[in-house]
Design a protein around this ligand. Structure first.
Ligand SMILES: *Cc1c(COP(=O)(O)O)cnc(C)c1O
Length: 368
């Protein structure tokens, strides 16, 4: 079954036909065939993709990516702990909102949506407030596509002995990194982003010694990260509650396809080429990216909306969709823009076709 259009969105995204086909079978959650040969293999492969360092483990969690973020924040921070969140977009803001819902003490450092957080400002905050125990930061802030300087931020956090929570939801699998080398304690991502699976669960790759400290700390039964991990660990991949079997099976297939593409490095090269082709093509049509080029990620790019009085996003969107491409509305609060994602089963040749479709869809420039 073919897709009618390409999703140029940051997840759910366009998946391969073979990933979708992997969902055509039903699985029993009690069988070794599922638990040992699918779930456990996924857990091991994820750790291998994330780091060469020993001492890391992984846990899968039902729900969208936010459920895994909420499980991590709600389980990792003790009652007397305090979280510092770096917020330069909707996903940073969401982590602070989660802390607020869960009554976790929280400070927010918000440099604005089009700027990287200053490492110095983070250090000053850590010096000023010794109650802070955890730092949470987003790697690629999907709101704009900005890439945050996580190496520098984590180095500072570690110098002050803070536990680091990294939301690498939209970057893991698409940008090379070694979380062990960086010193990340909890890294969160989900099935339907750069691994190119379908939605239904998220996952956390954690330093096992830190995860073990979460025992008994969760503020929610179903989002107890430690209990979920303990169940999988002790029962060879068994989930605590109903697992999204089809999604998990598709994810396994997606991991095999990531390997045959050549691993994360090769995928990053493809996404980077997609993004470069996109920005060059869009610029040639008169569009301007929201961010300075050095802040761009290979994941998603925001462009200013045309200022022509006839322009309406919905109309532009519909015309592009009719031509086979789905783009994304903007999410920045202080600028009118739209976004185009580069991730998923998308190749530079698709981006070239997209540029042709954008040109055809610029109805506001066509003289009536
Ligand atoms: C997609 C995403 C999430 C999670 O979003 P869900 O809609 O809950 O899957 C969190 N953080 C970032 C940076 C994301 O891109």
């Amino acid at each position: 079954m073919q897709n009618e259009y390409l999703l140029l969105t940051p997840g759910p995204l366009s998946t391969s036909e073979t990933v979708r086909e992997a969902m055509l079978k039903d699985w029993c959650t009690w069988d070794d065939e599922y638990n040992k040969e699918i779930v456990e293999v996924i857990r091991r492969k994820l750790v291998t993709l994330a780091t060469k360092s020993a001492g890391y483990t992984s846990v899968l969690m039902q729900g969208s990516g936010t459920a895994s973020v909420e499980a991590t924040i709600g389980s990792a921070i003790p009652n007397d702990g305090k979280l510092l969140v770096v917020d330069n977009g909707a996903y940073g803001a969401r982590m602070a909102e989660i802390a607020d819902y869960l009554n976790i003490a929280c400070e927010v450092l918000a440099p604005g949506e089009t700027s990287q957080p200053s490492v110095q400002a983070v250090e000053e905050q850590l010096q000023r407030d010794s109650d802070i125990t955890h730092l949470a930061v987003v790697h690629c802030e999907t709101t704009t596509g900005i890439l945050n300087p996580i190496n520098e931020l984590i180095t500072i956090a570690k110098r002050y002995n803070k536990v680091v929570i990294l939301d690498a939801m939209s970057s893991f699998g698409g940008i090379t990194m070694d979380i062990g080398e960086m010193g990340v304690d909890f890294m969160i991502s989900s099935a339907n982003k750069c691994i190119q699976g379908v939605p239904g669960f998220g996952f956390v790759i954690a330093k096992q010694s830190e995860l073990e400290k979460c025992s008994g700390q969760a503020r929610s039964l179903s989002l107890d990260l430690y209990a979920q991990w303990k169940c999988m660990q002790d029962n060879h991949g068994k989930w605590r509650f109903t697992s999204p079997t089809h999604t998990v099976r598709a994810f396994y297939q997606a991991l095999l396809e990531l390997e045959s593409e050549g691993g994360i490095e090769a995928r990053e090269a493809r996404y980077t080429e997609n993004q470069r082709t996109l920005v060059q093509g869009m610029r040639s049509l008169g569009f301007t990216p929201l961010l300075n080029e050095e802040l761009h990620s290979p994941i998603i790019t925001s462009f200013y909306s045309p200022t022509h009085s006839d322009y309406q996003f919905k109309e532009f969107y519909n015309q592009l969709k009719n031509l086979g491409f789905v783009i994304y509305p903007g999410k920045v609060s202080n600028a009118d823009c739209f976004r185009i994602g580069n991730i998923g089963e998308v190749y530079p040749s698709d981006i070239k076709r997209l540029i042709g479709a954008v040109k055809k869809s610029m109805y506001w420039e066509i003289v009536k």
